[in-house]
Write a protein that binds this ligand. Structure first.
Ligand code: GRF
Length: 232
């Protein structure tokens, strides 16, 4: 990530390396938020979840955030006349908390162009498919309908197009005989809980750069093997 605001990532601060301040935006369950917060709690992790914002007061993830001792805010989208006003309130809350990176995790509101431009390369999302396949809703149903044998998830920087690129991390899982959307979603979700913290870590370490709308990661290792489905 290019350090755009002079603070991220990770800035030297009186000889101490400051941790990247992430905010997580949720609308529901918050299991990815939980995975990010758990990763951040490990000693030496280069980022912290400093703020959780939900557009729904009943999001189960809010409880998880409070349990983890993370500051929460509820900004109900219904309280604003336009998308732009809602986005501006979000931006103001994020700026007030001096957030370096915004992580969308099951945040069910489309963000407008101004918001996306303001947070360009500091705004990431997780989507439960191997993009560019199956952007949008009902991913697992559509993957099963198409008979794909490998599914997965993608962490990507956000642009104005939904579930697009640049792609930072992907994780693949097999589709198994007898899978329905729920069993496949559960397998992909377990992969999400590894992929999202990894993306956050790489960004916080300052190893992620966007070049010509593709991501370069410095010092990335080489994954071993091939996921064959069915296996030979
Ligand atoms: C995840 O599957 C994520 O990929 C998608 O929304 C779901 C959110 O789940 N964008 P959770 O709220 O993190 O449990």
């Amino acid at each position: 990530m290019e350090p755009k605001n002079g603070r991220s990532p990770p800035a030297r601060n009186g000889g101490r390396v400051a941790r990247l301040k992430a905010a997580v935006l949720i609308s529901g369950r918050g299991s990815n938020l939980e995975a990010l917060a758990a990763a951040c709690a490990a000693p030496g992790f280069p980022a912290e979840v400093a703020l959780v914002i939900s557009n729904r007061a009943d999001a189960a993830g809010l409880k998880k955030a409070r349990h983890a001792g993370i500051a929460t805010q509820i900004i109900p989208h219904g309280g604003f006349k336009t998308r732009e006003e809602f986005d501006a309130a979000l931006s103001a809350a994020l700026a007030a908390a001096e957030i370096d990176l915004v992580c969308l995790a099951g945040f069910m509101r489309l963000l407008g162009e101004d918001f996306v431009a303001r947070w360009r390369d500091r705004l990431i999302n997780i989507h439960p498919s191997l993009l560019p396949a199956f952007p949008g809703l009902h991913t697992h149903e559509r993957a099963l309908e198409q008979g794909v044998r490998i599914a997965g998830c993608t962490v990507h920087f956000v642009r104005s197009a939904m579930d697009d690129r640049p792609i930072i991390v992907q994780a693949a899982v097999p589709v198994l005989p007898g899978d329905d959307a729920d069993t496949l979603a559960a397998r992909v979700l377990a992969a999400e809980h590894r992929a999202y913290p990894l993306a956050l870590k790489l960004i916080a370490e300052g190893r992620v750069r966007v070049v010509a709308e593709r991501v370069e990661i410095s010092g990335a290792g080489t994954p071993a093997g091939t996921l064959l489905n069915p296996p030979d």
